[in-house]
Design a protein around this ligand. Structure first.
Ligand SMILES: [Cu+2]
Length: 81
């Protein structure tokens, strides 16, 4: 996933319950990323990947937020199996 000008591509990530998920994010500016629901945080720096690795054990739709500006970049969708 890439973050440019405050937008994430792709904006939504779909996984299934029980999946082992690794999100790799790059950003054009320093960024504190927060995945809600799972309450995971990572710091993305330009030229450096931020990695969030977890098992998708909670179903639902969770916002991925830029904690510096408090804006939602996108969402993670975990579908029940
Ligand atoms: Cu947050």
């Amino acid at each position: 996933m890439a973050i440019e000008d405050g937008a994430m591509g792709p904006a939504e990530i779909n996984v299934e319950e029980g999946d082992q998920v690794t999100l790799r994010l790059t950003s054009d500016h320093p960024l504190e990323i927060h995945l809600h629901g799972y309450n995971l945080e990572a710091e993305a720096l330009p030229g450096e990947e931020a990695v969030l690795s977890f098992e998708a054990e909670i179903t639902g739709r969770f916002e991925i937020e830029d904690h510096d500006t408090e804006t939602a970049l996108g969402a993670l969708l975990v579908q029940p199996r």
